[in-house]
Ligand binder design. Structure first.
Ligand SMILES: Cc1ncc(COP(=O)(O)O)c(C=O)c1O
Length: 395
């Protein structure tokens, strides 16, 4: 590591880059990790430098050596022109929207969107004079028919984080760009490791780093990467708003980055194993996982994605609320809680039938979203099996 020449560094393959990003033994005085920088004040050597802000770091809200490393690593992985960091995934969505929208604009937002992003559009953006139309996530190129002269943003999330519809991002991007709109994507599920967003036409890509970048359910961070058309505007917006990610969270996210590919591959393997096992269970009506051939978006997923992560949903055969609660309440390994992408498996009941406005989503039974963790797969199946027994035993 200490001996890595610039030439070798430039030729490294992705897995090696994940290990090497930003590490400089001389800078870190031999310690392996890039240290966390904390601070508000940055000192200047003289008045002329201070007045001209003529040095790399100028104030705590405007970046530190640690944030620089994480931003440049993410820029490399996503294939962007630049990246900014925010204190949560939702803040990253908000900043991307604030970058591209002004009063009087119109936005198209996928009906499968993460619910708090929908709430931001319906409550805050509406108050600011920005109108949102929700669209069928599977619309593809036909989105052109929904574009208005003032449509400035097409917001995508693929797959949807509860219902896992795969969107035809290249077709949507072509239609949006044809009408002069910006394409924003929530790419948290696939991460840039399984879906390089900008190569598929996305202008600004959001990642809730709280999930797989962290991998340990112990931090909150959001990242927005942007292509050359949008990075300057994104950068200006985030500095006007001054909402930096916390220094310890940036440090931990950078630590998580080193093992993200291995954790993601393992989550993918665990989730696929569980999905196939669940599909054969008599209590399960349907497994919703894009890597399974019966998923309606499977061919699109195969065309555009190089992997699937650990998050998927199941639809149970009709059962009472009490029976589903008995199943979930008694889990010993699957935790009951929001978020996902950590090392521990999670389960949450989900019901998006009431929130959808553009599509009529009728799963046919109660839905449960699962995030596969790193536990032994046999233990996870036994936990689920005991859960199914409680489901069957409760009226
Ligand atoms: C798809 C998706 N995007 C964004 C977020 C928001 O991330 P955060 O919890 O860091 O605000 C979440 C959180 O669950 C999510 O599932």
């Amino acid at each position: 590591m200490a001996k890595l020449t610039d030439q070798t560094r430039a030729s490294l393959r992705r897995r090696s880059r994940l290990v090497a990003f930003g590490r400089d033994a001389e800078f870190s005085q031999g310690f392996v990790n890039v240290p966390p920088f904390r601070g508000s004040t940055v000192l200047y050597p003289d008045v002329a430098t201070l007045k001209g802000r003529a040095q790399r770091f100028t104030y705590g809200t405007r970046g530190t050596p640690t944030t620089d490393v994480l931003c440049s690593a993410w820029t490399d992985l996503t294939g962007a022109a630049g990246t900014v960091l925010l204190p949560s995934g939702l803040a990253a969505i908000v900043v991307a929207l604030m970058t591209a929208l002004s009063a009087g604009d119109h936005m198209l937002m996928t009906d499968s969107v993460y619910a708090p992003a929908r709430a931001f559009a319906n409550k805050m953006l509406r108050r600011m004079g920005i109108e949102t139309t929700f669209y069928d996530p599977t619309i593809g190129a036909e989105i052109a028919s929904l574009m208005r002269p003032n449509t400035k943003v097409v917001f995508t999330e693929s797959p949807g984080s509860e219902t896992l519809e795969i969107q035809d991002i290249p077709a949507i991007a072509a239609a949006a760009h044809g009408a002069g709109a910006c394409v924003i994507m929530d790419n948290t599920w696939a991460t840039p490791l399984f879906f390089p967003p900008h190569a598929h036409g996305v202008d600004m890509a959001v990642e809730a780093g709280t999930k797989y970048l962290s991998g340990h359910a112990d931090l909150l961070i959001g990242l927005v990467s942007a292509n050359a058309d949008w990075f300057e505007r994104l950068h200006a917006c985030v500095h006007l708003m001054a909402i930096p990610a916390g220094p310890e969270d940036v440090f931990l996210a950078l630590r998580g980055l080193r093992s993200m590919e291995l954790r993601l591959r393992e989550a993918e393997r665990q989730a696929l194993h569980l999905a196939q096992w669940l599909a054969a269970r008599p209590e399960v009506l349907r497994v919703i996982h894009p890597a399974l051939p019966d998923h309606p978006g499977h061919n699109l997923w195969k065309r555009d994605y190089s992997g699937s992560s650990g998050l998927f949903s199941i639809v149970l055969k009709p059962a009472s609320e009490a029976a589903v609660a008995a199943m979930l309440d008694g889990f010993e390994l699957f935790g009951l809680g929001y978020s996902w992408g950590g090392y521990e498996s999670l389960a949450v009941p989900v019901d998006c039938t009431a929130t959808r406005t553009a599509t009529d989503f009728k799963p046919g039974g109660p839905m449960v979203r699962l995030s596969a963790g790193l536990e032994d797969i046999e233990d996870l199946k036994e936990d689920l099996d005991r859960g199914f027994k409680r489901l069957r035993a409760t009226a």
